[in-house]
Design a protein around this ligand. Structure first.
Ligand code: SAH
Length: 454
């Protein structure tokens, strides 16, 4: 009943069915929808409940577009929406209804993004609010504690991803823990509403007294959100946070470093590559603050040449090597463009036994995959040529728009052009504190190959 009266209200408002993306479509479809007792196959296994509870604002999806939500894919694209009932504001939690009014879930509203809604909850009686947020945070923290126990990680490790957005049921929210400090990234209009609650809850839920917000990522502009960088809880201090990973110490620049300050997704891969380094002349391209470099040096590499285009990142890398007593002659640092430097090294007749390629995201979306492919091919081709026979290449892509399959094809093309044959020894993914939802493959962004040149 509430559903019907709200519909009439929205029709009155603008005379075309309350904000349909195509004029008239929403209203027409709603008028033509089957009567309650006519529908043969219910969208839910249980009896569906129709309409938004309490006449709250709602998305009404186009016919047939409910299946993605029923498979728990968390993104509702603008093209799937027939109309919006009511006048929700950016970030509001609103109901998601099927074409026939069947309740599908609660989503956060992003009026300016193509991802118009992010599914938060499918239980009609659990409209997301403060208690809901707390339970999600507690669950995410509990999962990380269990993971650390189960995987037998070094007990001194104190850096981990605590919340991995959609995969932890909290779309648009990233939280990384660096020792006693949390770094929060808010990336969607829905998550923007959680700021004050996060400031209140996180110290208690996580046991970390300091919470810093680094919401300055480019993608916020798609959500109509300005950058937001400040302390949310605890004391501000200017020294970098110090963390420990695999027994190595790093200073993390949470204020000016890339992303939240450190690339936690490569934790397990850094260890694996370090274990392979003994006695090898090594090259770490795109080294950032030295993660792979330190693991290779600690693993007994004969030498490690590390390249990055960022001066500040290299300064941190050098200081991190110092901090661990690894800054001897074996460690060399080079500020430069990897695309150029790999060619220079070839021209200089250099060769290596172990090379790491961990470039930045060349293709955030599938549309940019073509240009990204050329970039990946170029660096992989030159790296394979720099590799001695029997040498190892750990090559990565963190582009969401490049699938693991496509990445392998690109690297195979690079090997063919380089005139070398290689064996895949291992496939890499993000470390386990970056879970991936089976129903949300978009979250599976980091892929890599460990190759041996034959
Ligand atoms: N492997 C690192 C993370 C690499 S992030 C780790 O484990 O911590 C990607 C890095 O590539 C960044 O440090 C960025 O400064 C650098 N970068 C981006 N474009 C580059 C280019 N063309 N040449 C060299 N470095 C580049």
């Amino acid at each position: 009943m509430a559903f019907l009266s709200r519909k009439r209200k929205s029709e009155r408002k603008d005379g075309r069915g309350g904000g349909s993306s195509r004029p008239g479509v929403g209203m027409q479809r709603r008028d033509n929808r089957p009567a309650r007792n006519e529908r043969a196959t219910p969208p839910h296994p249980t009896e569906p409940v129709r309409g938004a509870p309490g006449g709250q604002p709602a998305f009404v999806l186009k016919e047939g577009r409910e299946s993605s939500i029923q498979r728990r894919h968390p993104w509702i694209f603008s093209g799937a929406i027939a109309q919006i009932d009511g006048e929700p504001a950016s970030g509001d939690v609103i109901a998601v209804l099927a074409y026939d009014g069947g309740f599908l879930g609660w989503a956060a509203y992003s009026p300016t993004s193509q991802i118009r809604g992010r599914l938060l909850e499918t239980d009609r009686n659990a409209q997301p609010g403060a208690a809901w947020l707390r339970s999600k945070l507690e669950r995410a923290v509990g999962r990380r504690l269990a993971l650390a126990r189960e995987s037998g990680r070094d007990v001194s490790d104190n850096a981990t991803r605590l919340v991995n957005a959609e995969a932890d049921g909290l779309p648009g929210l990233i939280i990384d823990r660096y020792s006693d400090t949390l770094v929060v990234q808010i990336l969607s209009a829905g998550a923007e509403r959680w700021r004050d609650l996060l400031a209140d809850m996180l110290p208690e839920v996580s046991g970390c007294p300091r919470v810093y917000e680094r919401s300055d990522a480019e993608v916020r502009s798609l959500e109509g959100l300005p950058p937001h960088v400040r302390m949310l809880a605890g004391e501000k201090h200017d020294r970098p946070v110090e963390i420990s990973e695999h027994g190595l110490r790093y200073r993390v620049d949470i204020a000016a470093g890339q992303k939240t300050g450190f690339y936690l997704d490569q934790r397990d891969n850094r260890r694996r590559v370090g274990d392979l380094a003994r006695g090898r002349e090594s090259l770490n391209a795109f080294c950032y603050t030295g993660g792979f470099s330190l693991n290779m040096l600690a693993g007994g590499a004969k030498s490690v040449l590390s390249i990055d285009s960022s001066g500040p990142a290299l300064e941190f890398a050098r200081a991190n090597a110092d901090l661990n007593g690894l800054s001897g002659d074996a460690a060399q640092w080079l500020e430069g463009d990897v695309f150029v430097e790999l060619r220079r090294l070839r021209n200089a007749g250099r060769s290596f036994d172990l090379i790491v390629l961990d470039p930045p995201k060349f293709a955030p979306t599938a549309k940019l995959a073509e240009a990204a492919s050329r970039g990946y091919k170029d660096i992989n081709l030159n790296a394979l040529k720099l590799l001695r026979p029997g040498g190892l290449l750990a090559t990565f892509s963190c582009s969401g728009g490049v699938s693991a399959e496509l990445f392998q094809r690109i690297v195979a093309g690079a090997a063919a052009d380089a005139g070398v044959s290689a064996t895949i020894l291992q496939r890499f993914a993000a470390s386990e504190d970056h879970p991936v939802l089976l129903e949300f493959p978009e979250g599976d962004y980091l892929k890599g190959l460990l190759l041996r040149r034959e």
